[in-house]
Design a binder for this molecule. Structure first.
Ligand code: MSP
Length: 510
């Protein structure tokens, strides 16, 4: 069984922004967790390169659209590598093999009688590449997401007969766990309950798109083509571009992780398209919330966007992963606040966890030349053993449910318990009496072991920080789920510790 996980395929109208980093970090964390748990993962990301929005962007920059796409998608690829994203695939919808997959898929949908000619009138947002239902303002309406004027469209196009799938989609979205978080299900249910209308899947006035076979002058609507990128992405580099081949490499997707603005495409249009083509449905869609910055919507026009590369240079990967995934409940909207970022990173990672590891190793080295060998057997009711068991009990299900903030909280609580235990036991006082040596050894073993468990818990979320932590402890490797169990640190010399994370000081805005 393969677990196929996807980020959205990002538009190449602009460089990556913090929203794309956010989704990609979340899927990276989930993918790392699943791999560590023994699942065979295909983690897909990539770029969505067709459509009017991209065509216009290239035109206004005065460059050929393909050249524009090449430039921006290589920026995406290099940004993901700077962030050490563990994606297995990077799909571009201008990949020639993608055209072939789209054509085969379309042929199946057409053969199923789901393509008809029709006419669509309505207000269109080019930035969303979407018709908007009943805009609030009667005159000069604006897109609620982009705040840009909508354009009136009246087009004779090819339509996909979405209306035929009303019952099937109602049943699908009522399935427990298909749309997550559950709080987002209602809005999709309302949309579907209003009655599904056929939607146009071709354009006559957009040249930057894939031609629709058998329908001269039509190119595919960008969303029809883009969603299929999830399937093309499954092809290995040397495989023939057949739909069956791609599907046999890990379809259906286990989870599409997306922002809430594109939930409808993934939870309604896309499953209906798959039903029409006779292919399995993705098993889940997770719609996360939107990020604002210091209470403001972010955007170029607001002059407050966050450049991922600069953010990385200023803060580093561990800090940003920790802040975004620990502070914002994944699924909810969240506000990025610079002072809070500094506080959480410095308090949690540098102080609570970093200092715990640093001082425990230093004491162990000073008095026992490493991990104390006495006693191997700690009492089964040792408070830190209990704290560690409580911390790990639900960690795997939290990761499965994308509750990253809850994982972070468990790790943090365990580190806090270990620090509290050290303060209570005060080994620096106890060691002064040689009669206490065994007790001090046991205390240090317990805090070092608790630190190791913190490192294991955080491996998917903070891969680099955890690796440094586990290396400093000379911790064993092995099956991740097993490593969560208490009592695996083996005695032996430890090297002098170095800080796990430098305190973050920012002189300027991120
Ligand atoms: N190309 C489509 C997706 C096609 S998937 C087959 C697309 N691309 S996008 O680049 O515009 O958006 C990508 C993702 O960024 C979306 O999931 C969107 O929700 C997310 N975000 C855009 N702004 C965001 C924030 N301010 N905060 C969090 N995520 C945001 O849509």
């Amino acid at each position: 069984m393969t677990s196929t996980l996807t980020t959205p395929l990002y538009y190449v109208n602009d460089k990556p922004h913090i929203g794309s980093v956010y989704t990609t970090l979340a899927v990276d964390t989930l993918a790392r967790f699943k791999r560590l748990s023994g699942e065979n993962v295909v983690f897909i990301t990539g770029c969505d390169e067709h459509g009017q929005k991209i065509q216009r962007t290239a035109e206004s920059a005065g460059i050929d659209p393909q050249q524009h796409c090449d430039q921006i998608s290589s920026t995406f690829a290099s940004v993901w590598s700077q962030w050490q994203i563990s994606n297995d695939r990077f799909i571009r919808t201008t990949d020639p093999r993608h055209q072939s997959i789209v054509e085969q898929f379309f042929a199946r949908v057409e053969a199923n009688g789901d393509i008809i000619e029709g006419r669509q009138q309505g207000w269109y947002c080019v930035a969303c590449e979407e018709y908007k239902d009943d805009p609030k303002e009667a005159q000069s309406p604006h897109c609620p997401i982009h705040q840009k004027p909508l354009g009136w469209r009246d087009e004779a196009n090819l339509f996909f007969r979405l209306s035929r799938y009303q019952n099937a989609i109602e049943k699908l979205i009522a399935t427990e766990g298909f749309i997550r978080p559950a709080s987002r299900r209602k809005e999709v249910e309302n949309f579907v309950a209003n009655g599904l209308r056929d939607f146009s899947i071709s354009r006559r006035n957009v040249s930057w798109g894939l031609p629709v076979p058998g329908h001269d002058g039509h190119t595919f609507y960008v969303w029809f083509d883009a969603l299929l990128g999830y399937i093309t992405a499954l092809l290995e580099p040397d495989q023939p571009a057949t739909l069956d081949q791609a599907l046999s490499n890990g379809w259906p997707a286990q989870l599409h992780v997306i922002g809430k603005d594109i939930l409808r495409f993934h939870a309604v249009y896309w499953p209906a398209m798959c039903l029409s083509a006779g292919i399995d449905l993705p098993t889940g869609v997770f719609g996360h919330g939107f990020l604002t910055r210091e209470g403001q919507k972010m955007g170029k026009s607001m002059g407050n966007s966050i450049d991922p590369t600069r953010l990385l240079q200023l803060c580093g990967r561990d800090a940003v992963r920790w802040y975004l995934l620990r502070d914002i409940q994944f699924g909810d909207d969240g506000d990025i606040q610079q002072q809070r970022l500094l506080d959480l990173v410095n308090n949690d990672l540098a102080n609570t966890i970093g200092n715990l590891v640093n001082r425990s190793i230093s004491m162990a080295r000073k008095w026992f030349e490493g991990v104390p060998s006495l006693p191997q057997e700690l009492p089964s009711n040792h408070p830190l053993k209990q704290a560690a068991q409580a911390a790990v009990a639900d960690v795997a299900s939290y990761y499965q449910e994308l509750r990253f903030h809850a994982v972070a909280e468990q790790a943090l609580q365990l580190a806090i318990a270990a620090n509290g235990y050290l303060s209570d036991q005060a080994p620096w006082k106890a060691i002064k009496d040689p009669a206490n040596r065994d007790q001090v050894a046991a205390d240090l073993y317990a805090v070092l072991e608790a630190s190791r468990v913190v490192g294991v818990v955080l491996q998917p979320l903070l891969p680099e920080f955890s690796e440094r932590l586990l290396q400093q402890l000379n911790a064993p490797s092995g099956d991740w789920n097993e490593l969560l169990n208490w009592g695996q640190l083996t005695p032996g010399p430890l090297d002098a510790p170095s800080p796990l994370l430098q305190r973050l000081e920012l002189e300027e805005p991120i």
